[in-house]
Design a protein around this ligand. Structure first.
Ligand code: COA
Length: 330
């Protein structure tokens, strides 16, 4: 059996920076409110017609470069996004074409915020069994086009943002890489954080009425999300530690999905983990759903915050509700 380890990582944030003050010009909000409730100061939005595959390209190029690989070395593409370029085909196929990969398998997974951790779990299975040697896993999102940028949608609009992260998972026989992954879902909360339209249950799928009602935009019940997130994050982190006989002291770095700084602080307190072991970039980047963990991880690696031999935990919670964790020996 092989182990899957991250041999390369990269990320990309669109150039257009939108501050809280910029949002306060178009809706009734303030820098003070947003910082206090979410920790976010600014976020990046696309300009023009960029899709998640466009954001994924520079991230993927950097990940390939770090791994010392070319497009020809990759055996499988896994693309985690809740905001695909199109309903069909998946963004993985579009990336295959745009980057000139061989005619390898390309699969999209739509598990929203935990999508990247779910993707790690899938990639690991291919690598462990020797089916694939190098897998490209992308988390990329364009959320800005699904936000209600009026006062009506202010609780959700100030949180979500655009960006992409990519990793190459490679096979090794060394004592490093993914130790375990843990996946969960609870669909009874589906409507607490969702995009209702367009829906294949409705004919036609999109109408002026649907748009007038804002059903094509991201809806979030913030309180329900908060309540469940602060329960599930610690649970799934402890699950990953227990599966590997690790204690809080054994964890060198926690990379949580950047949902909201208040959720991260709550989780840190509940676990008794010092904040300096927890990677946080939400003040600069906002919540980029499936892209959030690979962006935070990529920044941490390039800043030298993650070192060989360290125990890393990744954990995410989001729409579904779905949540997941991964334990990694770097
Ligand atoms: N700016 C200013 N005021 C805002 C606002 C904004 N962007 N958004 C909401 N408000 C107002 C509300 O309208 C409400 O006003 P009212 O008292 O006059 O009715 C007031 O602030 C409090 O609203 P409430 O919804 O109770 O705020 P909250 O303390 O629950 O904070 C969230 C809202 C969204 C920040 C909070 O629920 C949260 O963090 N939820 C989790 C979100 C999350 O992490 N999502 C990502 C999941 S992956």
């Amino acid at each position: 059996m092989y182990r899957a380890y991250i041999s390369g990582i990269g990320h990309y944030l669109p150039e257009n920076i939108v501050t809280n003050d910029d949002l306060a010009k178009i809706m009734d909000t303030s820098d003070e409110w947003i910082v206090e409730r979410t920790g976010i100061k600014q976020r990046h939005y696309i300009t023009g017609n960029q899709g998640p595959t466009d954001l994924a390209i520079p991230a993927t190029k950097d990940a390939l470069k770090m791994a010392g690989l070319t497009e020809d070395d990759i055996d499988l593409i896994i693309f985690a996004t809740s905001t695909p370029d199109y309903y069909a085909p998946g963004s993985g196929c579009l990336l295959q074409e745009k980057m000139g990969f061989n005619t390898i398998g390309a699969l999209d997974i739509r598990v929203q915020c935990p999508g990247f951790v779910y993707g790690l779990s899938i990639a690991e299975q291919y690598i462990k069994t020797g089916t694939a040697k190098h897998v490209l896993l992308v988390g990329a999102e364009v959320q800005s086009t699904a936000l209600d940028m009026t006062t009506n949608g202010r609780d959700t609009a100030v949180i979500f943002a655009d960006g992409a992260g990519a990793v190459i998972l490679s096979a090794t026989k060394e004592d490093k890489g993914i130790l375990s992954t843990h996946l969960h879902s609870e669909g009874k909360y589906a409507k607490e954080l969702w995009v209702e339209s367009p829906s294949s249950k409705v004919n036609p799928r999109i109408t002026p009425e649907i748009i007038d009602d804002g059903k094509h935009l991201l809806f979030m019940n913030g309180r329900e999300v908060f309540k469940n997130a602060v329960r599930r994050f610690p649970e799934v982190i402890i699950e990953a530690m227990d599966a590997n006989g690790l204690t809080i002291d054994d964890i060198d770095v926690l990379v949580p999905h950047q949902a909201n700084i208040r959720i991260t602080e709550f989780v840190a307190k509940k676990l008794g983990m010092p904040m300096n072991k927890i990677i946080s970039n939400i003040h600069r980047v906002g919540n980029t759903t499936a892209a959030s963990i690979p962006i935070a991880l990529s920044e941490a690696v390039s800043e030298g915050k993650i070192k060989k031999g360290q125990n890393i935990i990744l954990a995410a919670f989001g729409s579904g509700f779905a949540w997941a964790s991964a334990a990694i020996k770097w």
